[in-house]
Ligand binder design. Sequence first.
Ligand code: NAP
Ligand code: COA
Length: 304
Amino acid sequence: MVQGFIAPLSQTTDIFKDDIFKGKVLFCTGGGSGICKQMTESIMRHGADAVIAGRKLERLQQSADELSKATGRTCIAAQTDVRQPEQVRAAVAKAIEKFGRIDFVICGAAGNFLAPISGMSENAFRTVLEIDTLGTYNTVKATIDHLRKSKGAYIHVSATLHYTGTPMQAHVSAAKAGVDALSQVIAVEEGPWGVRSNVIAPGPIEGTEGMDRLGPKRPDGSRDMDRYSAHIPLGRQGSVVDCASAAVYLFSGAASWVTGSVLIVDGGAQHFHGSSFPYPASVLDPESVKNMIKSRIVAVCFFF
Ligand code: NAP
Ligand code: COA
């Protein structure tokens, strides 16, 4: 089999300057685990303090302690269900009490499971919309005045699966489409106040809860990611650091004229919808598919 290019994997965001976020404060929902925990860590490594919000206090507190220790900055935990506006307001009040300001907000809290519409209750559908979309709205409502003051920025963690019809993902597709729409409106309404709003849309990210729930498994239950990666133009799944690097960029001064955009971090996966020729062999070694092409031309001529 022809081996394609595999994008280099960075373990850090050292490519950015150390202190670009000195004196800044991040408020991150979903920051207790996975992608958003790494985003928080990377932003803290560049000088910010942080508040992470989620439901499970024990894990959240452990993550806050780990993040503080790893970065030398301060991270505090705020137990919050983003579906409850008063809880989000209380978490924001905790952030202000501790740090006096909020500059950056990541709306990353989300829920997902695999289920077709026919196998999903009204409550199941509503639950994911409430966490992802309403949760984003609640977070924006509770933080907007602080971001106006600091001329801050939002990042909304969305996905790519709603760009096409993804089976078993009606709830998440509807929810993330709503998140994308909210971000656009925030960009337009809040731009004149000096607030930016962008979306990061991750593709399949290795070692996360999301991939564990959605990724392909072999009959014995083990992961079958090789088959998956073969359909990603840049040859591998994403890492949490790939997403964190995008977040550091979008919050940095380098993105000061970037708002209302969607930064897709997926190795090109959403552009590839399959090929009738072997991939990536057909692009790396077109000779290898010459005979297949010829036989198809003959078949088409014969048909007409
Ligand atoms: P994860 O570790 O499960 O992150 C989701 C976080 O949301 C958890 O920390 C969870 O903490 C929190 N959360 C869930 N419901 C909440 C609620 N009602 N209130 C407050 N917090 C809540 O999953 P992940 O895979 O890293 O996903 C992170 C983000 O990336 C999500 O927005 C997801 O949709 C997006 N994404 C992931 C992938 C992927 O490949 N993993 C691909 C595309 C998009 P608690 O349980 O403690 O509340
Ligand atoms: N298939 C179909 N329906 C499901 C389901 C599944 N796999 N998992 C949950 N549901 C349904 C429940 O049955 C319930 O509906 P019902 O009341 O009609 O029975 C509804 O969804 C709500 O479930 P519940 O467990 O009460 O919700 P919760 O608020 O405690 O948890 C979830 C929210 C379901 C999204 C849960 O999976 C979660 O907490 N996820 C966070 C982590 C995550 O998903 N990370 C990946 C991000 S990409």
